[in-house]
Design a protein around this ligand. Structure first.
Ligand code: ATR
Length: 285
């Protein structure tokens, strides 16, 4: 029940109406009996919006597209890994009687590392990333934090080379790809997302070179990439797992408590079925 002491959380983005995060975080608050509410917000202006969050007493806020880079200018401190990634997806407001400090974090890498850590010990392992956008940066720098060796391939080679150089890792051209073997493969592109669910980011015949295959796409939940991987005996990790664990890391930063993982996952699945998600689904209830 919302009352005078309800704690405020939320997400800023544009668009934000399709976000699954309100369902996930509100379910966790309800489950643990925390008097908090998590709201979707679409600021007309980022500076004004940020001042509002600060002034109105928000405790924790998620940041999504297109604000993940621009928000960094407003913060009092930024976590070192978020700084390397160059993007912030989580704000923590530290409030004392006399001051408010806003700290920026990135939990996307924590989410991908935790999803992978369920099936593979990352330290010393080799992982091939497909993609060179914002998601590739978060997942890639996260893998390096965990002590993994990263290889990177991308449709646009110049962009792939650039990110590989920044991460100090090797770029793999399309021609070299058939020779690559690694402990895991991660698709960080949107290839395979509905309504283009028949698309694949890599030749499926190569999937047998990777014992673990993870997709960041979660609509459909079982992408064609994951289906083709499972058919070749690979361990498949869906994109909802990373989304869930990045949210769980936010929840812990804000509340100091371990997140109720099954509750958050079920809330995400229910939200994917709701009209706000507006996507074709194969998600079992
Ligand atoms: P995000 O921030 O979500 O990662 P992005 O910065 O637009 O998004 O990056 C998208 C990534 O997906 C890029 O690596 C892009 O490849 P290009 O650099 O060649 O554009 C990749 N991508 C998107 N659509 C693709 C497609 N149809 N085939 C191959 N790669 C694709």
């Amino acid at each position: 029940m919302i009352n005078g002491t309800t704690q405020l959380f939320g997400i800023i983005g544009d668009p934000v109406a399709h976000s699954l995060s309100p369902a996930m975080h509100n379910a966790a608050f309800a489950h643990l009996g925390i008097n908090g509410v998590y709201l979707p917000m679409r600021p007309a202006d980022l500076a004004d919006g940020f001042r509002g969050l600060r002034s109105l007493g928000f405790i924790g806020v998620s940041v999504t597209v297109p604000f993940k880079v621009a928000i960094m200018d407003f913060l009092d401190a930024i976590d070192p890994v978020a700084r390397k990634i160059g993007a912030v997806n989580t704000l923590v407001f530290e409030r004392t009687e006399t001051a408010i400090r806003c700290i920026g974090h990135n939990t996307d890498w924590l989410g991908s590392n935790r999803a992978l850590a369920e099936v593979i010990d990352l330290s010393g392992r080799t992982v091939l990333l497909i993609g060179a956008g914002g998601a590739a940066r978060a997942v890639g720098f996260g893998l390096i934090e965990a002590g993994a060796r990263v290889l990177l391939t991308n449709r646009t080679e110049a962009k792939g080379y650039e990110l590989a150089a920044q991460m100090g890792c090797r770029f793999i051209s399309a021609a070299e790809l058939p020779q690559v073997q690694a402990d895991a493969l991660i698709n960080t592109t949107s290839v395979g997302m509905a309504p283009h669910q028949d698309d694949l980011p890599i030749d499926p015949e190569l999937l047998s070179h990777f014992p673990v295959v993870m997709d960041i796409v979660y609509a459909p939940l079982t992408t064609r990439l994951l289906r083709e991987a499972a058919a070749r005996g690979c361990r498949a990790i869906d994109g909802l797992t990373m989304l869930q664990y990045q949210g769980a890391a936010q929840f812990t930063l804000w509340t100091g408590r371990e997140a109720p993982h099954p509750v958050m996952r079920q809330a995400l699945i229910d939200a994917l079925h709701s009209p706000i998600a507006n996507i074709p689904l194969d998600v079992p209830r």
